[in-house]
Design a binder for this molecule. Sequence first.
Ligand code: ADE
Length: 225
Amino acid sequence: MRIDVLTLFPDMIKGFLDESIIKRSIDKGLLTVNIIDFRTYSKLSNHQVDDTPYGGGAGMVLRCEPIFECLDDIRTPDSFVILTTPDGIKYNQNIVKDLSLNKKHIIIICGHYEGFDERIRSLCDMEISIGDYILTGGELASCVIIDSITRLIDGAINKESLESESFTDSLLDYPTYTKPRVYRGLEVPDILLSGNHQKIAEWRYQQRLEKTKERRPDLLKQRGE
Ligand code: ADE
């Protein structure tokens, strides 16, 4: 999987790529991430990339030419282009799965906090919002997308860890415990110490159902329950 990220703030993303599972996946050759500072594509003086909005209004708007010209360079028939923006489709685990399993080359354009020229949207296959709140830019959103996609790449993490995690089968995860058995009066449920794997599996499934019903009934509707 190759991911190219177009940003004006490369350092916001570099540190994130240098830790934990993402770093390991890059080191193992499962993932390649190129961070492209698209300011280098500006032909204006001082590499200017934004300008005042036509029709008036507050703030500076990202110009479209640097993005178009960058994509001229890096886009191939295999590329899938994503724009991060609060007015995009709400990101969820189904989109993560689709991107991770079906796309070979993803290009993420980080939106700009004060807005971008509408023509940039015409370049994109998908616009993604990571939630109903406004970030200062799309860099954190791009990290969220890279992180969530990488976990599902074959070999990035232990397969068993993915089997019952939240959102698999539209259910939240079951509760887990480790030692000590009792801490400050808080006990590990007896069933988990029983050694009866069949009963433990049933208990865990029941816990997933109950937790989802209580916290995220909308997910149960997706299952048709
Ligand atoms: N840019 C600013 N806010 C955002 C959000 N919620 N999701 C994706 N990109 C954004």
